[in-house]
Every structure is written in structure tokens, then in C-alpha cells.
Design a binder for this molecule. Structure first.
Ligand code: NAP
Ligand code: MG
Length: 402
């Protein structure tokens, strides 16, 4: 078979530990034999980030801006233990945080559903994609423990000296106060990314806040979403037969349980944190969850939702067998290849992505899977494979399809 040609390179962001091992296996077995792969390679492995004073992370984000599509392997976010382990010059920031800041993007996460790994919520037939606003609110708060009686005020002082002042509470005893903020710019970016991604993936968009209680703060989110929708997306949504649906967060939670899925649920920062863990655990495994960062100007960075699977890596280093699930990382590659094919109008690339996904899911459905899935599947007599064996089995299935 002749290899599929690419026009524009993908930005390839390599990573750490067990996922770095899987990364190479996936490329060697499932990509390079079939595609004349063009990538611009950035090594975001912690050692190389340290060597380059983390410049490589910024460079990779700039490259994503230039080419429009990136695929990223999971990376270590350093903590005190990693400082010693890797003898780091500095406790470098999370690469995902850095890339997100450069691209000003929103992260969309969706479970990969497969027969035999059934969601706890029986009527969820299609994946629910969560879009979490990744800036501000309680994640950038200022808090004071109030020692005793006194007056708490909230004050804004404009650059022009204008002052806005309101009383929060007249304390008669001790208590707590919290100040939070968001910016119209960030909320607008979030809204645009959500509407654009909904159109791109042909799914309805839900958004929910608590604007009945938070009549200024949450209402501002609601208003910005509505303005962005009316001015830029209403016609396109109607043309595509899609719906934008706003409701209260508690109503959304109740409705989500009763739907069959297949839509995007946009959440404020805190709600998104909580709800994405709920949706992912209801769908079985973090190893079966895709994640894509989408910028308001349409740059896509695909990755797995899980980390570097450190525990498995240490086993691997000791020469022990591992059974690490590569599905989410494979889907990061298929997502990126499909998007590249779409942008460059290369149908073969898009078809290849579809077939690789089918081969991956087909492997699981036929009873061959990694240990994490074997523990939760309803399929009988499963064939539990090691990390490499699973990828080789997918290759067999893929070759039959091609
Ligand atoms: P993790 O890598 O997601 O793994 C946590 C546990 O979940 C694993 O020990 C394993 O459970 C299970 N698991 C996750 N992915 C799996 C897979 N593909 N196949 C099978 N089991 C899987 O989280 P972590 O161990 O807390 O974090 C390790 C490193 O990843 C940290 O340095 C962190 O900074 C980084 N991280 C990176 C990203 C990212 O780049 N996007 C995201 C999160 C964390 P068992 O051990 O029980 O088998
Ligand atoms: Mg969380």
C-alpha cells in the first residue's frame, strides 16, 4: 500500500514517562507504516524542558499557532519530588497551562464510548462533551478570614479615579470573605470557542450558570454568551439545525441525567471541574477520555485526558510487564490527523483516522483489551493484553480495514 501523503506538518509535542513509551509504539505500529508523516517535533519531556529553560514549551505553542493543529503527549507537571528526581533548575509550570495561556483556548473533554464498557447512567448512548472555562472565578480568588465584628466592603478603583463601593456584610462576629473576578475578554473567548466547536462537531451547545442568584456576575456570563451567539453564530446554528440552550446549572444537572448525550455542555470553571470528573467516572475510565484545546481563532491541540501513568512507568523501568491503555493517546493522533486532513482537504487522511478509531474500538469489542478495561467490561472471556500487545492487535485489525 502506498503511504498517505500530508501537505502541512502536525505540531508533535512529545512527553514523559509511560505515555512517552506508548507515543513511540503508536507511531511505529499505527502511523508510520501507513502515513508519510510530516511533523514539526518538539520534545516536551521534562529533561528537555529543563535544558531549554522551558523555552521549548513556548516554541511548541507558537508552532501550533503557525500550523493550526497539534498533538500532545502527556507531560509531567513538576512538584517538589520531581525537582529532586530530575534535578530541575526551576519548578517549571504545567506545559498545558503554558500552552493554554498562549493559545487562549478552551478544553473540551469527551468520553470514548465502546460496546462492553457501559456508562453508569444507562440512557447515555452518546458522549457528553464538557467544555470548562479555564480562567478565573474561585481559581483566582482573594480570601480573608474575618477575625471579628466589622464591616466588609468591595471596592473598585478605576484608572481615572472613579470609585465603586458596596457593603458585603456588617459582621457582628468572626467569619470569612472571598473576592473573585473574571474578564469580559476571557468569557467572550470561551463563548466563541464553545460555539465554534459545537458547529465543528455538529452538536448542540448547553450553557448553564446560576444567574437567578448571581444577578450581576453569572448574569454577565449569560449575557456574553447570548451576545456572541446572536452576533456571530445564530444563523450558522440554524443552518446546521443545531440548538444553543441556556438553563440554570441545577436544571442542567437534572436534565443531563435524563438525556441520551451527544451534546456539548459548557460550564464555568468550578462547575466544569466538578462535572467533568462526574461524566468521566460515569463513563468508566480516564484512559477512555479525549481532550482537545480549541482557541477562539480555531487552533486545535489534541491530547489524552490522563497523565503520564507514572506507576506503570516505574514498573516498565524495572523490566516488568505493563498493561497501559493507549486508546486516549491513539485518539489524540486520530483527532489531529483528521483535523489536518479536513483543513488541507486530504480525504485519505480523514478516512485513515476513522479506520484507526474503528480498529481500536473493534479490538476492544472483540474482547482484547488492557487490564484497566478488563476490570470493568461486561464482555465475557476477555483477552488481557500488555501495552505493546494491545497496540499490535489494533494494527492487525487496522491492516484488515485498509
Ligand atoms: P495519571 O497518569 O492519569 O495516572 C493515575 C492512575 O490512573 C494510574 O496510576 C492508573 O491507575 C490510571 N491510569 C491513568 N491512565 C491510564 C492508562 N492510560 N492506562 C491504564 N491506567 C491508567 O495521573 P498521575 O499518576 O496522578 O500523574 C502522573 C503525572 O502525570 C504527574 O506528573 C502529573 O503532573 C502528570 N499529568 C499530566 C497531565 C497532562 O499532561 N495532560 C494530566 C494529568 C497529570 P493504576 O496505577 O491503578 O493502574
Ligand atoms: Mg478536578
Amino acid at each position: 500500500m502506498e503511504k498517505i501523503k500530508m501537505a502541512t506538518p502536525l505540531v508533535e509535542m512529545d512527553g514523559d514517562e509511560m505515555t512517552r513509551i506508548l507515543w513511540k509504539m503508536i507511531k511505529d505500529e499505527l502511523i508510520l507504516p501507513f502515513i508519510d508523516l510530516k511533523t514539526e517535533y518538539y520534545d516536551l519531556g521534562l529533561e528537555h524542558r529543563n535544558e531549554t529553560d522551558d523555552k521549548v514549551t513556548f516554541d511548541s505553542a507558537e508552532a501550533a499557532k503557525k500550523y493550526g493543529v497539534a498533538v500532545k503527549c502527556a507531560t509531567i507537571t513538576p512538584n517538589a519530588a520531581r525537582m529532586d528526581e530530575y534535578n530541575l533548575k526551576e519548578m517549571w509550570k504545567s506545559p498545558n497551562g503554558t500552552i493554554r495561556a498562549v493559545l487562549d483556548g478552551t478544553v473540551f473533554r469527551a468520553p470514548i464510548q465502546v460496546k462492553g464498557i457501559d456508562p453508569c447512567v444507562k440512557n447515555w448512548k452518546k458522549p457528553i462533551t464538557l467544555a470548562r472555562h479555564a480562567y478565573g472565578d474561585v481559581y483566582k480568588n482573594t480570601e480573608i478570614k474575618v477575625p471579628g465584628a466589622g464591616k466588609a466592603e468591595i471596592v473598585f478603583t478605576g484608572e481615572d479615579g472613579q470609585e465603586i463601593r458596596q457593603t458585603i456584610h456588617e459582621f457582628t462576629g468572626s467569619g470569612v470573605i472571598q473576592g473573585i473576578h473574571n474578564t469580559d475578554k476571557s468569557i467572550t473567548s470561551f463563548a466563541k470557542a464553545c460555539f465554534a466547536y459545537a458547529l465543528d462537531t455538529k452538536q448542540d451547545l448547553w450553557f448553564a450558570t446560576k444567574d437567578t442568584i448571581s444577578k450581576v456576575y453569572d448574569h454577565n456570563f449569560k449575557d456574553i454568551f447570548q451576545e456572541v451567539y446572536d452576533s456571530e453564530f445564530k444563523d450558522k446554528f440554524e443552518e446546521a439545525g443545531l440548538e444553543y440552550f441556556y438553563t440554570l446549572i441545577d436544571d442542567a444537572v437534572a436534565r443531563v441525567m435524563k438525556t441520551e448525550g451527544g451534546f456539548i455542555w459548557a460550564c464555568k470553571n468550578y462547575d466544569g471541574d466538578v462535572m467533568s470528573d462526574m461524566v468521566s467516572s460515569a463513563c468508566g475510565s480516564l484512559a477512555m477520555m479525549t481532550s482537545v484545546l480549541v482557541s477562539p481563532d480555531g487552533i486545535y491541540e489534541y491530547e489524552a485526558a490522563h497523565g503520564t501513568v507514572q506507576r506503570h512507568y516505574y514498573k516498565h523501568l524495572k523490566g516488568e510487564e505493563t498493561s497501559t491503555n493507549s486508546v486516549a493517546t491513539i485518539f489524540a493522533w486520530t483527532g489531529a490527523l483528521r483535523k489536518r486532513g479536513e483543513l488541507d482537504n486530504i480525504k485519505e487522511l480523514m478516512d485513515f483516522a476513522d479506520k484507526l478509531e474503528e480498529a481500536t474500538l473493534g479490538t476492544i469489542e472483540s474482547g482484547s483489551m488492557t487490564k484497566d478495561l478488563a476490570l470493568i467490561t461486561s464482555i465475557k472471556d476477555v483477552n488481557v493484553l500488555n501495552s505493546e500487545g494491545f497496540i499490535k492487535e489494533i494494527r492487525k485489525n487496522l491492516e484488515m480495514k485498509l
